[in-house]
Design a protein. Structure first.
Length: 294
């Protein structure tokens, strides 16, 4: 008759065998990533935030059993970031004011335990660090109507090296930051790619204050709705009003939807710039255990 100790030993041997199999698969995955690196040789930035988001969406949809989805996604985030380190240089510039240190925790959660990170006391310094390739990505506060510094205005440019919004944090609920209401955006000079669960950020420039309702109506005509908006106006400059609009869905810079939006606004605006966007973060519902019938 098998004793308790013998059964435990047998089960531990099974766990060890599974661990060796996992390790073998990680090494195999790494060799494949090295092939991807060789194919992408010459690309300035090698990260693919939309693909990373789709991987986690799929994991949450397909996962079964008692292992928690939150920790599963954390394992994959560490693995994704670890492979970035040998695809090319990778570092993070983080907005880190003395009164709100939590952005550092949000960045660390998303970009791994050992990734090099730099603290910056102003949002503009983060934007410039990314623009000048001193950091691969930057982490900045999510825009707020009562925030003194609308940093997103530094992204309102057609120049190819201008950073764009690529991720919203925390992507996995349950951040290590003490402020559970804190959220942030990640910037990098990459065009937005569609995930199927998107929000897009637009800057609408006008030479006069056209009012947000005009933009909201134009969005409706183009088949979209706004999730958030903010106005920036600098009276010391030539007349100019710039609206930041976060839109439900994906709007590419050269898409038909963008053309319809421009047509709906007509001559009231001077230009519309796509500032990037992101696949929506995982929700608590995404992380809930699968029901038995699933």
């Amino acid at each position: 008759m098998t004793t308790k100790e013998e059964k435990l030993l047998e089960l531990r041997h099974e766990i060890d065998a599974v661990d060796r199999g996992l390790h073998d698969l990680i090494q195999r995955r790494t060799r494949i990533v090295e092939g991807v690196r060789d194919v992408k040789e010459g690309d300035d930035v090698k990260i693919r935030p939309a693909r990373e988001a789709r991987i986690l969406y799929r994991l949450c949809e397909e996962h079964q059993g008692h292992f928690p989805k939150r920790e599963l996604c954390r394992i994959w985030r560490e693995m994704i970031v670890a492979t970035l380190s040998f695809e090319g240089p990778f570092s993070v510039a983080v907005f880190h004011p003395d009164d709100t240190p939590g952005y550092w925790d949000l960045a660390r959660d998303q970009y791994g335990t050992f990734t090099p990170m730099q603290r910056h006391g102003s949002a503009r310094a983060v934007v410039e660090a990314v623009r000048e390739h001193q950091a691969t990505v930057g982490v900045l506060p999510f825009p707020s109507r009562d925030r003194d510094e609308p940093w997103w205005r530094f992204l309102v440019s057609d120049a190819p090296e201008t950073p764009r919004v690529i991720v919203r944090l925390p992507f996995i609920p349950g951040s290590n930051t003490h402020d559970r209401d804190l959220d942030a955006l990640v910037i990098c000079p990459l065009p937005q790619e569609e995930t199927g669960r998107d929000r897009s950020m637009l800057a609408v420039e006008a030479e006069e204050d056209i009012g947000y309702p005009a933009i909201e109506n134009a969005l409706s005509q183009a088949g979209f709705a706004a999730a958030f908006h903010q106005l920036w106006h600098d009276p010391s400059r030539p007349p100019g009003w710039t609206y930041l609009v976060e839109v439900f869905g994906f709007i590419g810079s050269e898409s038909r939807q963008m053309s319809r939006l421009k047509d709906a606004l007509g001559g009231r605006v001077s230009r519309i710039i796509q500032l990037g966007g992101y696949g929506t973060p995982l929700s608590e519902r995404d992380l809930a255990p699968a029901s038995p019938e699933e």
